[in-house]
Design a protein around this ligand. Structure first.
Ligand code: FMN
Ligand code: 7N5
Length: 390
């Protein structure tokens, strides 16, 4: 039993084993953390306040930020008995690629505030765990350096579209030519949400760091504050027609990230999206919008398996991953859990987070009588109406 849930279904490596919470073979500092919330506490101790606040914050009153997690906790799973679960397996396939887990790494900006090697640590961990990382447009590592660090297999690239389309076009072509295998077009951010702590802290990148991808644009120092930077550079006039433009300049599959409305899911399909990411940007954009898990079943009904469907927002436990799969997602992305892992222990910290959440997922699958990801469906969600006549 212990072995089964220690050795995750990937090419198990020493650092994964060392970071596993139940392993008694080796111990290191990361072994003592048994949950994402403990890693968050550790990150809070280690990070400068300005960086921690930027990473942790939601917008306005942070209602949606809290709701993303709370909504998962309100959903109840159904335990099942006497099913042979001796070979539970979290492997799955996405865009033809075999991955060891349905847990992917969301794009998040400025990772070198969390560890010295930033995005390089994250991509190395994602490769070792055999999952997919999406690099943020606002990365502190260049696309070329990330590609080199991953032997030409850096994962997916997240795109914020610039007012100057030529810059975006050049960026897309660069990313495509050096091995990125999909584009993630973020559509929930015509303007950056109002994150109070960043205003109070007068957030700016620490000296010595810059937004590598845009270094040439001379705006990398962010002196005017995040929102001003964003408003200066990013195009708020983007519409569905621009998805056609993007498709015309790349052969890569395009996932649309930030879909929260079933009507928008319909439009995304109509305009040719190759994948949909249900996301409210981790509660950082429109405050008081619903949690992502709440809207997922409605979007799943529109998508009907035509393209891969991914959810992010509020995932802090393996049971949350299982609930998202049960509501129709093919995979999930995690943002802040990776941030806390990277801040607490660099690459090993990211591996720790992936290992911890995937072990929890594997255990939750066993306890609900599920052996493989493709067998998950909504019968594992408790619905008293189904049993009311019994
Ligand atoms: C600090 C931080 C930076 C982020 N930067 C980006 C970004 O550059 N591009 C983007 O599309 N989403 C960005 N996101 C949103 C994440 O991709 C993802 O939607 C969100 O973190 C998921 O919620 P979770 O943190 O609860 O897992 C960022 C999120 C955080 C917390
Ligand atoms: C100017 C930084 C924007 C990155 C981002 O998307 C976020 O912080 O949520």
């Amino acid at each position: 039993m212990e072995n089964q849930f220690n050795n995750i279904t990937n090419n198990s490596s020493s650092s994964i084993e060392a970071s596993n919470q139940f392993s008694n073979k080796k111990t290191n500092r990361l072994d003592s953390f048994v949950s994402i919330s403990e890693l968050q506490e550790e990150a809070k101790k280690l990070l400068p306040k300005m960086a921690y606040d930027y990473y942790a914050s939601g917008s306005n009153d942070q209602i949606t930020l809290a709701e993303n997690e709370n909504a998962f906790n309100r959903i109840k799973l159904v335990p099942r008995s006497l099913v042979d679960v001796s070979k539970v397996n979290t492997r799955t396939k996405l865009f033809g690629r075999d991955i060891s887990t349905p847990i992917l790494i969301a794009p998040w900006a400025m990772q070198k505030m969390a560890s010295q090697r930033g995005e390089i640590d994250t991509v190395e961990a994602s490769k070792e765990f055999n999952t997919i990382m999406t690099l943020s447009s606002l990365s502190t590592t260049s696309v070329e350096d990330l590609s080199n660090a991953s032997n030409g297999n850096p994962g997916w690239f997240q795109l914020y579209v610039f007012k100057d389309r030529k810059i975006s076009e050049e960026l897309v072509k660069r990313a495509e030519s050096i091995g990125f295998t999909a584009l993630v077009l973020t559509v929930d951010t015509p303007f950056l949400g109002k994150r109070t702590a960043d205003f109070k802290n007068s957030f700016k990148l620490p000296n010595g760091l810059s937004l590598k991808i845009f270094e040439r644009l001379m705006l990398s120092n962010l002196d005017g504050g995040l929102n001003q930077y964003f408003a200066t550079m990013i195009d708020p006039s983007l519409t569905w027609n621009d998805l056609k433009w993007l498709k015309s300049i790349t052969k890569l599959p395009i996932l649309v990230k930030g879909i929260m409305c079933p009507k928008d899911a319909e439009l995304a399909l109509q305009y040719g999206a190759d994948g949909i990411i249900v996301s409210n940007h981790g509660g950082r954009q429109l405050d008081t919008c619903p949690s992502t898990i709440e809207v997922l079943p409605y979007i799943s009904k529109v998508v009907q398996g035509k393209v891969p469907l991914i959810l992010d927002g509020g995932i802090r436990r393996g049971t949350d991953v299982l609930k998202a799969l049960a509501y129709g997602a093919n995979a999930v992305c995690i943002g802040r859990p990776i941030i806390w892992g990277l801040s607490s222990g660099g690459k090993d910290g990211v591996l720790k987070v992936l290992s911890l959440l995937n072990s929890e997922l594997q255990l939750a699958m066993a306890l609900t009588g599920i052996n493989k990801v493709s067998d998950v469906n909504n019968s594992i969600i408790w619905d008293q109406n189904k049993y009311i006549k019994l």
